[in-house]
Every structure is written in C-alpha cells, then in structure tokens.
Design a protein around this ligand. Structure first.
Ligand SMILES: Cc1ncc(C[n+]2csc(CCO)c2C)c(N)n1
Length: 224
C-alpha cells in the first residue's frame, strides 16, 4: 500500500517485526478463530469506544492543521467516520452486552487506553502537521493489515464478524490508502529532524497498538 521511497515505506520496514508481534497476538488469533472469550472482547469494545472518541478529536486537530483544503476534508471526514463506527459497530456490541450508554461512559479508561489517547492528544495539540499524521497513521494501517489477515483466516459463523467486516471492507481500505498518501506528501518537504520525529511518533503509536490489544486480552485494570 505504501509509496516506494517515501516515509510510509521506511516506517513500515522499520516496524515490520513489531507488526508481526501484533498480527500474532493471542487476541487476534482467537478473534479469527471465533474463540476469543466474551469478557475479553467486551473489555476491548468498551475501551475502543473511549479510544475512538479521542482518535476523532485528534483527527479533527489534524484537519485544523492541514495546509490545504484536501487535508482538511480528508481528516474531518475521517473524524466523522470514527464517530459513525463508534455509534454503529461499538453501539451494536454494547447493546448486545447489555451495557447502557451512561454505564459505558462511566467505565474508566484502562492504563493502555489512557496512555494511547493521552499520547495522541498531546501529539495532535503540540506537534507540527507531519508528526501528527505519523502518530495517526498506525491506527489506520495496522488495522487494515490485521483486518485483511483475520478476514483471510476467520472461522465461519464468527461471533465477531461485524468487527472483521468493518476492518476488511473496501471503504476502510480506501481511507487507509489516502492516509498513507497524505502522510507521504506531508513528509516530502520536512527537515531531517522532523522526519525522525515522525518516525518516533509512528513507532510509539505502533507499540501502543500492541499494548491496546494485549491489555484487552489481560483484562487490564488499574493496579491501585
Ligand atoms: C486501538 C485502535 N486502533 C485503531 C483502530 C482503527 N480505527 C479507529 S478510528 C479509525 C479511522 C477513522 O475511522 C481507525 C482506522 C481502532 N478501532 N482501535
């Protein structure tokens, strides 16, 4: 999906081992097999509902920082899309689990979710546009790759099919390709220090993707 010689190709290569660790997490293996326990998936959906709100805010900040109308439209539409997913996919599962909206809102962010959303907020507010895009990119790209991978090996009658279809779908993959292209364009004109800051942000976000899934598998809560 990446542009040859651009930031995205370099970022993908630098983080290939980390991506493989994400792809092979027990959470994702069991999600594909349809054997993931309901309490683990429920933990994930609740935390992901919180995550999507923060991610939408970060996208709106990226839209505000965009240097052209294309970027502004792209990221404000993506912010809108994140909320639509939150309402339909996550709302559907929360209904199924019998978790009312006010109950969901009262459930605190897990340590991993708190860390990831705080990182995204801090980056989106404080860093220049290319670094903000680099921090946002793994959220798109890792999900596109994991979505494809799980879709390709998912067991029939999977209880998590709606999740799998969302991230293996064509609309989603088109938005991922657009996010990669825009990030590569933003990276093309930056100085070496900013490019390294982009790499640091990309890697940190990818690590936090791993931690997010791992924390759901461990039903992570605050130790004190
Ligand atoms: C922890 C976590 N990381 C990434 C995604 C995927 N995702 C969330 S918002 C968005 C873009 C706009 O819809 C994408 C691709 C997720 N659901 N949860």
């Amino acid at each position: 999906m990446q542009t040859a010689g651009g930031f995205s190709g370099e970022a993908w290569d630098r983080n290939a081992a980390l991506y493989e660790k994400i792809r092979t997490l027990p959470f994702n293996a069991e999600l594909a097999a349809g054997t993931l326990s309901r309490d683990r998936f429920q933990h994930y959906i609740v935390q992901d509902g919180h995550y999507l709100m923060a991610f939408a805010r970060a996208l709106a900040l990226a839209a505000a920082k965009a240097g052209d109308a294309e970027g502004l439209i792209q990221f404000s539409e993506a912010a809108h899309g994140a909320i639509v997913v939150e309402r339909s996919l996550h709302g559907g599962y929360l209904d199924q689990f019998g978790i009312a909206t006010d109950v969901f809102e009262q459930i605190p962010l897990s340590p991993a979710c708190h860390h990831y959303t705080s990182f995204l907020m801090a980056t989106a507010y404080a860093e220049p546009y290319p670094v903000v895009l680099a921090a946002l990119l793994p959220c798109f790209w890792v999900y596109a790759e994991v979505g494809k991978d799980i879709h390709g090996r998912a067991a029939p009658d999977n209880p998590y099919q709606a999740w799998i279809d969302t991230y293996a779908g064509e609309d989603f993959h088109a938005s991922v390709a657009a996010a990669i292209r825009t990030t590569d364009r933003a990276a093309a004109g930056v100085d070496p220090a900013t490019r390294e800051a982009m790499h640091r942000a990309y890697t940190r976000a990818t690590q936090l993707e791993w931690m997010f899934w791992d924390s759901a598998y461990k039903l992570e809560d605050w130790p004190v």
